[in-house]
Design a protein around this ligand. Structure first.
Ligand SMILES: Cc1cc2nc3c(=O)[nH]c(=O)nc-3n(C[C@H](O)[C@H](O)[C@H](O)COP(=O)(O)O)c2cc1C
Length: 460
């Protein structure tokens, strides 16, 4: 990588009024420039000391340095490093010492922070750690958002949103600056009135009860943060990440499609499936023979005031070997986390997945062969990942989506004040979330891959 990138590995030891350090937090941050002279963090009240070291990659090499400083008050404090090298370090903590936040951040190096509620002013993302001088096309961002948009076909929610992206920062003359990239999509078709009853009654299998139980407050209208509108930020960020992938490793293909809806199963060859086939139908299945059957199923279930789920399959082709960290940040573990963070997901499997449990080792092992001078496997039950690291074969995984929680049928539930009652859904909803979830699965896979590609570039 040209230029200078810094990775800060810092640990925060916090002690209050002479007590021993009550927590240690380690964070990894990339600063895209050596010129940012300060290290910030919000450490809460008490006395704090920070020790950190910089690992540099690229050129020139950055000497080992230690920040120094103490914080005696709430808020953002400045800690200077001995060498005046630094990064933005965001670590809100409470008196308990627990680094509290509503976990809206994903990624280690290519790091995204999503924001916004379904019926608030807007939703979006701040991307931190995007390398400088990457060409970014607003049209490509908009294209991906259009694929995720509500109201795009007769089988998805009729909410009318253009989901127009505004790039607020971090991009100049079509190139990334290396500074945070903020992308905003304003909400325009809010109808909070449809949620009046649901503000007092918990929707079965939605996030209403658990948000209340956790925070004691929630944005009831449209599901607030639990709404799939939150995923707009992810899709926009992934469209930028895609351009980072294209810059550093052109040729990586990430394609997802609807594999099944209930028991209706699509026959798709992950080696040959194309984006054109998937986008040629409104269900986004990869099997043209199943399109009409799947559409009919979704329409029938919607007409009955009910909902259905299914499975999305995803393939990553031309992924280089070596991506993924071998212990806790295994590529498959990060993919699983990414996928299970998508609303309405209930399962993840990679390669042979759960079906692999039926095979013996002799049947299951992927034999190695040298093919065209490369280490290859003759089968791919590993799904392209071994020991948490990509092996160069296609990465293939599947994600299970439950039937949409909000249905237009009366169901038993309770009120926020603890009485048994009934509730029938109102407002505009997807009877099946899968067609719109396809670009979200691709987006999360893109974010994981980009993060690991940049991490790998720090090593070799
Ligand atoms: C693309 C997409 C669209 C969704 N649309 C709806 C919807 O219209 N109504 C609804 O109740 N849930 C919808 N969901 C799912 C909810 O956001 C989700 O079920 C809810 O936040 C509870 O979280 P959980 O299902 O992950 O436990 C959608 C999810 C996705 C991925």
């Amino acid at each position: 990588m040209s230029g200078v990138e810094l990775v800060l590995l810092g640990s925060l030891h916090r002690s209050t009024q002479g007590e021993p350090p009550s927590c240690a937090v380690t964070q990894e941050i990339v600063a895209s420039s050596v010129t940012v002279p300060e290290l910030f963090f919000d450490g809460g009240p008490g006395s704090h000391s920070v020790s950190a070291r910089f690992r540099s990659f690229g050129s020139p090499a950055i000497p080992h340095c230690r920040p120094f400083g103490k914080i005696h008050r709430l808020g953002c404090a400045v800690i200077r490093t001995t060498e005046d090298y630094s990064a933005l370090f965001a670590c809100p903590s409470r008196l308990s010492g627990y680094p509290w936040r509503m976990s809206s951040t994903f990624g280690q190096v290519f790091r995204i922070h999503t924001f916004g509620e379904s019926h608030g002013g807007g939703v979006g993302v701040v991307i931190d750690g995007c390398p400088p001088r990457i060409p970014v096309s607003p049209e490509k961002i908009q294209h991906e958002l259009d694929r995720r948009r509500p109201g795009q076909s007769e089988i998805v929610t009729p909410r009318k949103e253009s989901d127009t992206a505004e790039i607020l920062s971090g991009v100049q003359d079509g190139l990334t600056l290396g500074s945070p990239i903020a992308i905003l999509v304003r909400n325009t078709d809010q109808r909070p009135g449809a949620y009046d009853e649901m503000a007092a009654k918990y929707r079965p299998s939605h996030a209403d009860y658990t948000y209340d139980a956790k925070y004691g407050i929630r944005s009831a209208s449209g599901g607030g943060r639990a709404s799939a509108r939150e995923t707009i930020g992810r899709v926009a960020a992934a469209a930028v990440a895609r351009q980072v992938l294209d810059h550093f490793h052109p040729g990586i293909e990430i394609l997802a499609w609807v594999k099944s809806i209930q028991e209706l199963n699509a026959e798709v060859d992950p080696q040959t499936i194309t984006g054109e086939i998937i986008e040629s139908n409104i269900v986004r299945t990869g099997d043209p023979a199943m399109v009409e059957t799947m559409i009919d199923r979704i329409k029938a279930i919607r007409a009955d005031g009910n909902s259905v789920g299914g499975m999305i399959e995803c393939v990553i082709r031309n992924c280089p070997p070596g991506l993924g960290e071998p212990i806790f940040d295994k590529l498959e573990a990060d993919l699983a986390k990414a996928m299970l963070s998508i609303p309405a997901t209930k399962g993840f499997e990679i390669g042979s997945g759960f079906a692999g449990t039926l095979l013996t080792g002799r049947e299951h092992n992927d034999a190695f062969r040298m093919i065209d001078g490369k280490v290859r496997t003759t089968t791919n039950r590993s799904g392209g990942v071994q020991g948490g690291i990509s092996n160069g074969e296609n990465i293939i995984f599947r994600v299970a989506f439950k039937p949409t929680a909000t249905i237009m049928s009366e169901q038993e539930t309770v009120t926020a004040s603890g009485e048994n009652t009934e509730l029938s859904g109102k407002g505009r909803h997807d009877a099946c979330v899968l067609p719109r979830a396809v670009p979200i699965v691709e987006a999360m896979a893109t974010l994981v891959l980009t993060d690991h590609l940049l991490r790998q570039k720090a090593i070799r």
